[in-house]
Each structure stands twice: as C-alpha cells, then as structure tokens.
Design a protein around this ligand. Structure first.
Ligand SMILES: *Cc1c(COP(=O)(O)O)cnc(C)c1O
Length: 428
C-alpha cells in the first residue's frame, strides 16, 4: 500500500487531472473511501459532498444495493462483446429507459461516456438524412453557452467562444450557434428571445441535420436555467421545418432538476436523447443515446441501413447492472420529495449570499444551487477553505454551485450552504 506521501508524490509525478496544468497543478486531496454523503480523505477528514462527483452520485457512495448488483453481476460475467451477444442487464436497462424517458424514444444505443453519446447522436442525425437521400444535411444548430462534452464532435457544438474548447476552434467543424435563451426559467416568456434561433433555423434548414441543446439547464456553459416555452418553441419549429431535435440530458437526467428528465418541463419529446452521468448512480461510466422510430426506421430503411458505431465496451454488464440498481432505487424511493426538499432549503439558505459583495446572482432549480460571482473564483485559494470547513465544493469560473446527492439530510445541506457563505463573505 502507498503511504499518503508516496501517493501524493506519484500523483504529482505521473498524473494529469481534469483541466489542470501538468507542471503547475493545483493541489489534490487523496481520498481513502466514501460512504453516504461523506468523502473521507487519507488523513481521516470527512467532507460532505456538495458536487455528487459531477452530477452523478444520486444515492450516496458505497450504497449496499448498487454494490450488491455489481458484485452479483461480477460473478456472472464482467464483460462480453456486444456484437453477436446480448445479456440480461442490458436488455432490462434498455426496456426501463424506454419506459421512463419521454414518449416515443424507443431504441437505445449504449456507449461509454457522455461525450461519446453525443457523438453517437450526431452520427444518428447525419446518417438519418443520408438515408433519406439528403447527404448535404450535416450542419448542427446549437446554442451559445452550451456544453456537450470534450470529444471533437461534441466540442464542435459547444459554445465556440466562451466554451472550454475555443483553442481548438480552427480544427473543429463549424456549426451554427443561436443566442442562448435570454428568458429565464421562471420569467414570463418573451417571444423576442426566440427570434434569433427561429431565423437561423429557417434560413439554414436545407443543410441542418439537427438542433442540439441541453433542455432547461445549460450546465458547464454557465449554469443558466431557461424558460420551458423556449424549448416548446424549438420543438414546434423543428416539427414544422422537419429538422431533428437532439436533447442532451446528460447532466439534467434522473431527477436533478425536479423532473425525471428536463424535457418534461416543456412536455416535449426529442427525436434523439443523450443520457449519462447519473445513469449508474455515479458508480461506473456508462451513457446511452435513445431515438424515436422516425430516426431508427429512417436509418434502417435507407441507403445505408446499418448504424455505423460500436464501442468495444458497449453495454458493459457491470455498468448496466449498476444502472438497473440505481434506477430501481430512484423510482422506488420518493425522489421527487427529496429533490423538492433540497430545492426549498437551497432557495432559503443561499438567498443570503445575494447581499455579499462578491456575488452577482443566486439561482436554484431542483437539487441545483448556483451562486454566481462577479469575478472568476480562484479555485486553488477557495478549495482548501471549503475542505477546512468539512465540505466538498468545487468552484468553476465564476460559479460556486451545489448539487448534492439526493440522500443528503437537512443538517448536512445546511453545512454546505453556510460553508459557502463563510468562505464568500470576506471576498470583495
Ligand atoms: C458532462 C456532460 C457531457 C459529457 O459527458 P462525459 O461523460 O464527461 O463525456 C455532455 N453533455 C453535458 C450536458 C454534460 O453535462
């Protein structure tokens, strides 16, 4: 076993972490184990998790039901190629996903990560039009301030300027970007906020394969919550002009926003939907792309009838077993009540942050609480202060945000919100 000093040394010497410098990395905290909402560090300090390990941990860490599902599956088969074989965890999961996602999404394609699920969605849309004899339709219409992942296709539909990938701009396929929805979630809808999107779609419809967007919550692109009417208008116009709609629910899926899927706020169903992150309850990487009959039949009956994608670890049985257990837990427990309780408490307790000098805005939707600062936060400086207070909060740009596991109790959540106030209060 490595000593903590060795661990830290090896990490510094050999490892890259997300979005960090290799030569001048920000500090990392060695984790020994995690249980429920607590992440335990090597020195024994326990942190209350405010991040759900990036939207993914719903039922807490080390959950007996998910542990058992994976262990049972491990003794059957850990992995088997998905070409020419099938297995119960995948078949069961696909059926469940079709049942719980918006009506009409009837076919499931499994892949390894959210970004790949977005690549698959984009390929489905392109191949759909190819099959219809409209091979020229390869452009996507996305939203500014959107985020869809880190691989090349996904990067090409992320916000081209403020997004994390602008330095790759020259090597990306250029798509179309509509103004981000300016009408906020709880505001009365202003039709003018749809004008730019509408104009772009109408002008370019002949070359557009699909619209791709994050429904209701624009996540890593700024944590903005927009009006469900905007999403309704998008669906209506896509229907009218016969353009496919891809909903990226990778962050919003599985109850995080207060609905099982954010599309439900607008009562719409996309043609293609991507899910990931919370799919396995934060246990193992797994993602899926679902589509409706129009897309699957369109591809199958067309010029190129075979959908051209097939990851090595497609529908990994351990991951599918974890997902089945996680979704079971979610559906069986009263998740709506839990999320509503978190939402109420976040609204009450984060509201005070509004009066702090460093704070520009406070907003809450479902189990997502956002404190937007006036200036970008210095993570290297803030992070140790949060850890000192026994909480795990990881600021990002101007955003200090909370999205705790649904099992968090009132007192633990209060520790998170008051920790944020304590750390932000002295900032100018
Ligand atoms: C995180 C995220 C992705 C990418 O998922 P990975 O699993 O990190 O590849 C794509 N879209 C949205 C909306 C996300 O939040």
């Amino acid at each position: 076993m490595l000593s903590t000093t060795q661990l830290t040394e090896f990490d510094r010497e050999y490892l890259w972490h997300p979005y960090t410098s290799f030569t001048n990395p920000s500090p990392v905290f060695p984790v020994r184990r995690a249980q429920g909402v607590h992440i335990e560090l090597a020195d024994g300090k326990k942190l209350i998790d405010g991040m759900s390990s990036w939207w993914s941990v719903l039922h807490g860490y080390n959950h007996p039901a998910i542990n058992k599902a994976i262990t049972d599956q491990l003794h059957q088969v850990a992995h088997v190629m998905f070409a020419g074989f099938t297995h119960e965890p995948a078949a069961k999961l696909a059926k469940t996903l079709v049942e719980i996602t918006p009506t009409g999404l009837n076919k499931v394609f499994f892949s390894d990560s959210g970004s790949v699920a977005v690549e698959v969605a984009m390929k489905m849309a392109i191949q759909y039009w190819y099959s219809q004899g409209q091979a020229q339709r390869t452009t996507f219409l996305a939203l500014k301030q959107g985020y869809h992942g880190d691989t090349f296709g996904a990067m090409s539909v992320c916000d081209p300027h403020s997004g994390m990938h602008h330095l790759f701009h020259q090597s990306l396929t250029h798509h179309l970007f509509a103004e981000a929805p300016s009408c906020k979630f709880d505001e009365k809808f202003d039709e003018r906020s749809f004008a730019n999107f509408s104009q772009l779609l109408q002008r370019n419809r002949q070359k557009i394969a699909a619209v791709i967007l994050e429904p209701i919550v624009q996540g890593a692109g700024g944590m903005h919550f927009y009006s469900p009417v905007f999403l309704q208008r998008v669906r209506e116009l896509c229907n009218q002009l016969d353009v496919l709609l891809i909903a990226d629910e990778i962050a919003t899926g599985f109850g995080r926003t207060g609905k099982l899927f954010a599309c439900e706020f607008a009562n719409i169903s996309p043609d293609i939907m991507c899910i990931g992150k919370a799919l396995t309850g934060g246990y193992i990487t797994l993602a899926a792309t679902l589509c409706n009959d129009k897309v699957s039949d369109g591809i199958s009956n067309g010029k190129s009838s075979v959908f051209m994608h097939g990851p090595t670890f497609m529908a990994n049985p351990l991951a599918c077993a974890a997902a089945n257990a996680s979704i079971d837990l979610l559906i069986k427990t009263d998740w709506q009540k839990k999320v509503a309780r978190i939402e109420t408490q976040l609204k009450q307790e984060l509201e005070d942050c509004r009066t702090l000098a460093a704070v520009a805005d406070v907003r809450v939707l479902g189990a997502i609480g956002v404190v937007e600062l006036k200036e970008a936060a210095n993570v290297a400086e803030l992070q140790p202060k949060f850890v000192e207070l026994g909480i795990w909060v990881r600021p990002f740009g101007k955003l200090v945000y909370l999205m705790p596991p649904f099992i968090i109790n009132e007192q633990e959540l209060r520790q998170l919100t008051s920790g944020i106030k304590t750390v932000l209060a002295p900032m100018a």
